[in-house]
Write a protein that binds this ligand. Structure first.
Ligand SMILES: C[S@@+](CC[C@H](N)C(=O)[O-])C[C@H]1O[C@@H](n2cnc3c(N)ncnc32)[C@H](O)[C@@H]1O
Length: 283
């Protein structure tokens, strides 16, 4: 299938989230920031200027932090599988942090240029600190590849269930594209003994709960000249869409339920977040 948007246009957004992870003080995030993108990062934050008065209007806190921490909560608490593939990993520090535990095999994947950049940054840190990390692996892959499963499977062991993650990706693709991506991921899990796909999806109804934050996000993405989509209206639609794509059982956790269910430690109450986390299982 042809990728119907220019994926490479999305890649710079990874530099912006890298600054957010650094600002939040996430472990190892400092190794991935590029100062050339700090200005853009701050311009986007400035769209939500009232954050100076109330942190809840800062997109780092309402859009990014709850989803990042919720994904990790599920990885660690609910699915303690030790084999992780993070597609569209960008410059997130998660792979470096989780692979500190030698029991985890952490495979990071992204489009060629982004993956090369990520790998070179990681290798530099490991070289400087004389770290050997054979359980931290890299493979470039476009999620639209027809042979995605064949490409990734040799890196996986079927004896272990797999957690697959994408974070901050789905908003950039329409339903037809998401169908291909989700079906590819379901196929990969099916071929390798099953597991769970964890991802974030933004529903318009959650964005609209806070009109101000909705405009911050609209402005930010327009400023970056990137098309974005919120075609899945709510979690009922989302859950049945995942099932159509080949998943056996799907759960969704609305941001309004984050705080009660997860006890996440975030800078603003997690229910001010706007991302729904989906846990799509293949048995
Ligand atoms: C907003 S960034 C998110 C990066 C990282 N997950 C994070 O949360 O910091 C989106 C990432 O998706 C990657 N991406 C976009 N289209 C892709 C595709 N078709 N296949 C694989 N990766 C893709 C981009 O290169 C970029 O690194």
């Amino acid at each position: 299938m042809e990728n119907n948007i220019n994926s490479s246009k999305i890649s710079p957004t990874a530099h912006i989230t890298a600054h957010a992870w650094d600002m939040l003080g996430l472990s190892n995030a400092k190794y991935f920031v590029n100062q050339n993108f700090k200005f853009v990062f701050n311009i986007i934050r400035a769209f939500g200027l009232p954050y100076l008065v109330n942190k809840k209007n800062d997109y780092v806190y309402f859009m990014l932090e709850p989803r990042h921490r919720a994904i990790e909560y599920f990885m660690l608490s609910k699915f303690p599988y030790k084999q992780v593939v993070e597609f569209a990993c960008g410059l997130s520090p998660r792979g470096m942090t989780f692979s500190e535990n030698p029991e985890f095999t952490y495979i990071e994947s992204d489009l060629t240029d982004m993956l090369e950049l990520k790998k070179s940054k990681v290798e530099k840190v490991y070289k400087d600190k004389k770290i050997k990390r054979p359980n931290h692996k890299f493979i470039e892959a476009d999620l639209f590849l027809d042979n995605l499963s064949e490409k990734i499977s040799p890196l996986l062991t079927k004896d272990e269930k797999t957690v697959i993650i994408t974070e901050g990706l789905t908003i950039y693709y329409d339903m037809e594209s998401l169908k291909k991506i989700f079906s590819n991921i379901a196929k990969l899990l099916k071929k390798n003994g099953g597991g769970v796909y964890i991802t974030d999806i933004y529903h318009e109804e959650d964005m609209k709960r806070n009109i101000f934050n909705n405009s911050v996000m609209n402005l930010a993405l327009k400023f970056l000249q990137i098309k974005f989509y919120m075609d899945i209206d709510n979690s009922d639609e989302g859950e049945s869409f995942f099932r159509e794509c080949g998943f056996d059982y799907v759960e969704s956790i609305n941001p309004l339920l984050f705080s009660k269910q997860l006890g996440l430690k975030t800078k603003i109450p997690p229910e001010n977040g706007v991302a729904t986390i989906y846990l799509a299982h293949v048995f």
